[in-house]
Design a protein around this ligand. Structure first.
Ligand code: ZN
Length: 314
């Protein structure tokens, strides 16, 4: 269905005068015939299970409509793209990573999905991709993407447009709290080094300190918790958990990382536990081009006065 949807899209490109062009990653571009550096607009046409019919596809169809309108009205050259595998069947953003040269073709082709299929075997089996040439990023002047809101902010405020000013960055820690595993019936309370009560104190302290330091855009999640040995009659010996934080500003992420480490150390000392906190993921925030932001803000002001805002992406 993924490839069928893009073959359908290639037909739509031809119908409005764009030239379909596949690259070696099986990304599908629709290039305008006229000369000049086109602006590239698009998104992805795959989605998550039950991701909704607007995730990704909306941004591709919107781009098609903008390009079609521009062709019909003699506007500036607009190119369209549907990126392959945004949703991580093989790797998150694998198609756009290849296009932007964050991933070379050999590495891309060696990726395998959960079914054991190799990216390169699947891509080169497509006649469209055999002998396909890569496109350089400087073929295009800008890249724009329209995407359905992935959070409740606009919806709850009854607004229609969010102009993204930053793609937020994230930091993630793997925290391991070690106490002493013991018998729940025979170990007096005063002698316990209970990893779960330590975990509880750690989470409460983090909640308080993050809240005190947060900007309106800071979010944090302790999404995965594992207790060992996870049995009713045993004083828990260890707890491991993920601690993830996101914000659009680098200094805010750094501050939240410091809070995480300091809190771990304090709780460990106060409760005679051993707590290790290892940062294992880090994605840097990226600011969008101020000229593009301003152009979108002007347009939003004209078309949806009072019903739009600048915001970070999720
Ligand atoms: Zn999406």
């Amino acid at each position: 269905p993924d490839i069928a949807s893009r073959r359908w899209l290639a037909e739509k490109f031809e119908a409005c005068g764009l030239i379909p062009r596949w690259d070696p990653a099986a990304n599908l571009f629709g290039l305008p015939p006229q000369s000049g550096q086109p602006v590239l607009i698009g998104s992805h046409s795959d989605t998550q299970p039950e991701g909704g019919w607007l995730d990704g596809a909306y941004g591709v169809i919107l781009a098609l409509e903008v390009a079609r309108t521009s062709q019909e009205s003699g506007g500036p050259p607009v190119a369209v793209v549907s990126f392959q595998d945004e949703e991580s069947a093989f790797m998150p953003l694998s198609g756009s990573r290849y296009f932007s040269r964050y991933l070379d073709l050999d590495t891309l082709y060696d990726l395998t999905n959960a079914a054991g299929q190799r990216y390169g075997d699947e891509a080169t089996a497509l006649p469209e991709v055999q002998g396909a040439e890569p496109l350089e990023t400087n073929h295009f002047s800008h890249f724009l993407e329209a995407h359905i809101e992935q959070g409740p902010v606009l919806d709850l405020a009854n607004e229609t447009i969010g102009v993204v000013e930053t793609i937020v960055g994230s930091r993630q820690f793997e925290v391991v709290i070690e106490g002493q595993q013991n018998h729940a019936g025979t170990t007096p309370m005063s002698l316990r080094r209970d990893a779960v009560t330590g975990f509880s104190a750690f989470v409460s302290a983090l909640e308080q300190r993050y809240t005190a330091a947060a900007t309106p855009r800071s979010v944090w999640t302790i999404g995965r918790v594992q207790v060992h040995p996870n049995a009713p009659s045993i004083v828990p010996g260890s707890v491991s958990c993920s601690v993830q934080m996101r914000d659009g500003a680098l200094n805010q992420l750094d501050l939240m990382c410091d809070i995480t480490r300091d809190t771990a150390q304090e709780i460990a000392e106060a409760r005679n536990l051993k707590i290790s906190s290892i940062q294992n993921k880090s994605v840097e925030p990226v600011d969008m081009d101020e000229r593009v932001i301003n152009a979108f803000c002007e347009a939003a002001n004209l078309n949806a006065p009072g019903r739009w805002r600048r915001m970070p992406s999720g």
